[in-house]
Design a protein around this ligand. Structure first.
Ligand code: ARG
Length: 280
């Protein structure tokens, strides 16, 4: 088994070449050519400041021309700590050819830091990094979304199961296509969730995994990607500012809400969780 180490740093990817140039999720339909790069840069910088103000070290990955989705740096890998304490990274096998070149860019970033990269045994299986894999904050298990991007078979792969036991969760709504668009663990007891995104057995798994599930209404989950909000420290939930019902419920549960504007990134089907990679 691997070792669970809480993250103290976060990787963000510069939005210089962020764009919507193809459609690989329903949010992107109609958004091709509509990105305001100046606004996107401001939104990204504001998010970077939020992480810094919360005390996290922010590392930055340089943008690469032509890789318009690289800014969603949650997707290209899954970093973990191996049983011997070594930092390693499991590289993604992206479902869509448009995004496959991003993996080498992120792999190179880790290689330059001396971090060993691993791959799944089966090159024909899809895996989209932390877009679909989440740590249960207890550190005892992983939650793994599948159905639209990651293949269910990825969760039987020994490279992944040797890190921690995986609870597979089946996603059933195309609008909420990655696990991080419908689930955001806050702490060991609490997670923000949109139930409509999961099949019934998966909902049961979630009810068993958390004492408190803060429910996000389906329309808000789709419109604002409220479940793509992110809690880096067990206290603060960073979320797109239009997720009003979610923000209210998170506050009522005793957490602090930090509102950001991710409207340009929502056009591509991403918000806070997608735009960061936690580093252990
Ligand atoms: N346009 C990107 C895609 O469809 C958005 C990725 C958002 N990332 C995430 N972790 N949900 O692949």
């Amino acid at each position: 088994m691997g070792v669970f180490v809480a993250a103290s740093a976060v990787l963000l990817a510069e939005p210089t070449f962020f764009d919507v140039t193809y459609v690989i999720n329903p949010h992107m339909a109609g958004a091709v050519g509509t990105i305001d790069r100046v606004a996107a840069r401001h939104q990204w910088e504001a998010l970077r400041s939020v992480y810094q103000e919360l005390g996290l070290v922010v590392e930055v990955l340089e943008a690469v021309q032509g890789l318009s989705d690289l800014v969603f740096v949650a997707n290209q890998c899954f970093p973990f700590v191996a049983a011997d304490g070594a930092r390693e990274v499991l590289l993604s096998q992206m479902r869509w050819p448009e995004r496959r070149p991003e993996v080498a860019v992120v792999a190179d970033w880790f290689a330059r830091r001396g971090i060993t990269a691993r791959s799944l045994q089966d090159p024909g299986v899809f895996l989209e990094g932390m877009g679909d894999i989440q740590w249960h904050p207890s550190g005892r298990a992983l939650l793994g979304g599948h159905g639209f991007r990651t293949s269910a078979a990825a969760y039987d792969d020994p490279t992944l199961t040797s890190v921690a036991p995986v609870h597979p969760l089946k996603l059933v709504d195309e609008q909420l296509y990655h696990l991080d668009t419908c689930l955001s663990p806050i702490d060991e007891h609490t997670a923000v969730v949109c139930f409509e995104a999961f099949d019934e057995p998966s909902r049961e798994v979630l009810r068993g995994a958390f004492d408190q599930l803060i429910e996000v209404p389906y329309d808000e989950a789709v419109r604002t990607l409220a479940c793509n909000g992110h809690c880096p420290d067990g206290k603060h939930f960073i979320v797109h500012h239009e997720a009003r019902v979610t923000a209210e419920r998170v506050r009522q549960a005793g957490y602090e809400v930090v509102e950001v504007d991710t409207s340009e990134f929502l056009k591509s089907g991403g918000s806070v969780q997608c735009m960061k990679l936690m580093l252990h």
